[in-house]
Design a protein around this ligand. Structure first.
Ligand code: KIV
Length: 270
């Protein structure tokens, strides 16, 4: 039986406790208004993704996104969210170089945004050691495996883990992140069977995107699922609205009114 979302603020413990129970609902947001709307819609986690680089800034990848930009987006989202758990992405090169740098940068993200957790990509031994240290000092960490967009130049945009060796590597990374104390792990663009295998092998809830129905939760990038990003239509994406048409129609109607001297009318004037 599915239960109503809790009315108090969602904690990382709530998310961990949901493993294998009610699916965890995650969407991205980048500003206060959408942060407020998705929170009111009852999502469990608002992810301030570095996909901001693609869908807000128009970059071809997430690589140019800076820590200051993530702080700006994270703080804006936190001003709109009162219930969901806010998790902010650590951008490229803010955690891969060494653990000390990662601690300082993750600390800035929490302190300067008000978010409750950070997300970082990868699961090799170095990254897992950094995750363990962050968790040790009280910074909750969400992992991210499979297609990891910050490595796009090395791995390309493709489903990860189709070959046996790659499948075993990703499974081992998931176990490592789980061991390190990640409170959840995003699984992006991988065969549904592999995501199911990982989900069954780790104690942290898995959050899928293009990873099939066998995960403990799902995440989508908000402008993609709202139909605002028309050029992006991967197979895994389901559009729940067509805001591109809504926005164009509204702005056209406004333009027609201004040109036709129908706006502003007496009721909009002082
Ligand atoms: O940056 C992002 O939006 C993400 C999601 C795709 C999981 O990492």
């Amino acid at each position: 039986m599915s239960s109503a979302p809790p009315s108090r603020a969602v904690t990382v413990r709530d998310i961990r406790d949901r493993k294998g129970k009610d699916p965890i609902v995650v969407v991205t947001a980048y500003d206060v208004l959408f942060g407020r709307l998705v929170d009111q819609a009852g999502v469990d986690i608002v992810l301030v993704g570095d996909s901001a680089g693609n869908v807000v800034a128009g970059f071809k990848s997430t690589l140019p996104v800076t820590l200051d930009q993530m702080i700006y987006h994270g703080a804006a989202v936190c001003r709109g969210v009162s219930r969901a758990l806010v998790t902010v992405d650590m951008p490229f090169l803010t955690y891969q170089i060494d653990t000390a740098t990662a601690l300082v940068n993750a600390g800035r993200l929490l302190v300067e945004t008000g978010a409750q957790a950070v997300k970082l990509e990868g699961g090799n031994e170095r990254i897992a050691a950094t995750v363990a240290r962050l968790v040790e000092i009280g910074i909750p960490v969400m992992g991210h495996l499979g297609f990891t967009p910050q490595s796009v130049n090395a791995i390309g945009v493709r489903v990860q883990g189709r070959e046996a060796e790659e499948e075993e590597r990703i499974l081992a990374e998931a176990k490592r992140l789980d061991q390190a104390g990640a409170f959840a792990i995003v699984l992006e663009l991988m065969p549904a069977k592999l995501a199911e295998r990982i989900t069954a092998s780790v104690s942290a809830p898995t959050i899928g995107i293009g990873a099939g129905p066998g995960c403990d939760g799902q995440v989508l990038v908000l402008p993609d699922m709202l139909g605002m990003n028309e050029e992006f239509s991967p197979r895994f994406l389901k559009r729940y609205a067509n805001l591109a048409d809504t926005v164009r129609d509204a702005v056209r109607a406004y333009g027609d009114d201004v040109r036709g001297h129908r706006y502003p009318s007496a009721e909009h004037s002082f």
